[in-house]
Design a protein around this ligand. Structure first.
Ligand code: NAD
Ligand code: DAU
Length: 343
């Protein structure tokens, strides 16, 4: 392992992984390959801008020619694929890009990697492939898939392509399934950065349904270290859950954020629920812990530090929220918030 292509490395978790790898392994060359969609952001890579072991290439994982030439030009021997459309609400508004990147794009990467005999291929996946998990159960890697949103189904499709390349062609693959991740540089469409940045401006916080859905929160640096460990130590053909093992009701997370920000709870607006909304995700990370992983961040301190980061880095998110985000906000929230205020 020497020349590692990190696809989707200009996004939230991908850029945390790139920052981690560039500093932890000066002997590796890290090549970030990213289409720079609305979610890709070169500002996320500013901390490694001058690193001699990092290069950036703009490209689409579904574009086989560019993937092929990048593999050759940089003598890529390892692929870590973060590239994806990642937001459930957007997948409900329009699934097309999800199929094109999360399924077709994964196939394109796999096929080019197979033809060039590239070594290890790590696919970054999600706990959402397991579907809605009943109280008391914690998903294991051997549990079946029951994805419910177009996003979750496209990620499951990508995973199954990876599995097939391992079984059929003997490709050296590993999979990680992460839980809800939070931390610096997360695009402010996801619950935590969206609500922090809206609350700073005293804007309404649209809680879907009754707010009693449960998510399992994982700090992005713990997620990145988990992926690093699976890349180096994971058994070929296997999947590994990367879980915070810290489940919270959404509404409790929102109350806590408002308290920490010293903003009034009256900013909360209960709005029409997400269609097909999964109530609970929960995974058991025992298999990853057996490889030696443990999380370093508790949710309590991680959330405080994350809020501090957004307060100190308004330059980063204000730029984003004045662009494409405004159009998305209108489509996703205008009716919901208007209806909530009419009640
Ligand atoms: P993100 O939306 O912040 O970043 C995705 C990145 O992929 C962006 O930089 C984007 O430009 C790039 N991209 C999208 N389509 C591309 C294409 N066709 N070719 C090349 N690049 C492309 O996403 P994230 O939250 O960092 O998630 C990264 C990965 O982790 C995804 O695969 C996601 O499914 C998975 N995941 C995310 C979470 C979470 O809570 N955010 C949890 C578990 C797993
Ligand atoms: O579980 C892992 C998944 O976590 C990843 O695979 C996805 O890429 C990532 O986006 C995330 O999916 P969620 O749908 O769980 O995350 P999101 O931040 O969109 O929502 C978290 C919870 O908060 C969910 O129950 C929906 C709710 N929510 C979200 C938003 C954006 C609201 O109530 N209001 C909102 O405005």
């Amino acid at each position: 392992m020497k020349n590692i292509l990190v696809t989707g490395g200009a996004g939230f978790i991908g850029s945390a992984f790139v920052r981690h790898m560039v500093t932890t392994y000066p002997e590796y060359n890290i090549i970030t390959f990213d289409k720079l969609t609305y979610a890709g952001n070169l500002d996320n890579l500013l901390p490694v801008k001058n690193a001699s072991n990092h290069t950036f290439v703009q490209g689409d994982i579904a574009d086989r020619e560019t993937v092929h030439s990048t593999f050759e030009e940089y003598s890529v021997d390892t692929v870590v694929n973060f590239a994806a459309e990642s937001h459930v609400d957007r997948s409900i508004l329009d699934p097309n890009a999800f199929i094109m990147t999360d399924v077709v794009g994964v196939y394109a990467l796999l096929e080019e990697a197979r033809q060039l005999g590239i070594g290890r291929f790590l696919q970054v996946s999600t706990d959402e492939v397991y579907g809605d998990i009943e109280d008391g159960h914690y998903s294991l890697e051997t549990d079946h898939f029951l994805p419910n949103s177009p996003y979750a189904a496209s990620k499951a499709g990508g995973e199954l392509m990876v599995r097939s390349y391992h079984i059929t062609y003997g490709m050296d693959t590993v999979l990680t399934r992460g839980s809800n991740t939070y931390g610096p540089y997360q695009y402010p469409e996801k619950l935590i950065p969206f609500f922090i940045t809206e609350a700073v401006d005293d804007r309404p916080l649209p809680v879907y349904g009754d707010g009693k859905q449960m998510r399992d929160w994982l700090h992005v640096e713990d997620h990145a270290r988990g992926i690093d460990l699976v890349l180096h130590e994971g058994k070929s053909g296997e999947a590994y859950n990367v879980a915070g093992e810290d489940l919270r009701h959404n509404i409790d997370v929102v109350h806590k954020m408002l308290d920490l920000l010293e903003k009034p709870q009256s900013l909360i607006k209960y709005v029409r629920d997400r269609e097909g909304h999964d109530r609970r995700y929960a995974m058991d990370a025992v298999k990853l812990r057996e490889l030696g992983w443990e999380r370093k961040h508790t949710f309590e301190t991680g959330l405080q530090e994350t809020i501090r980061w957004y307060l100190d880095n308004a330059w980063w998110w204000r730029k984003i929220k004045s662009g494409e985000f405004l159009e998305y906000y209108k489509r996703q929230y205008a009716d919901r918030i208007a209806a909530a205020e009419d009640k």
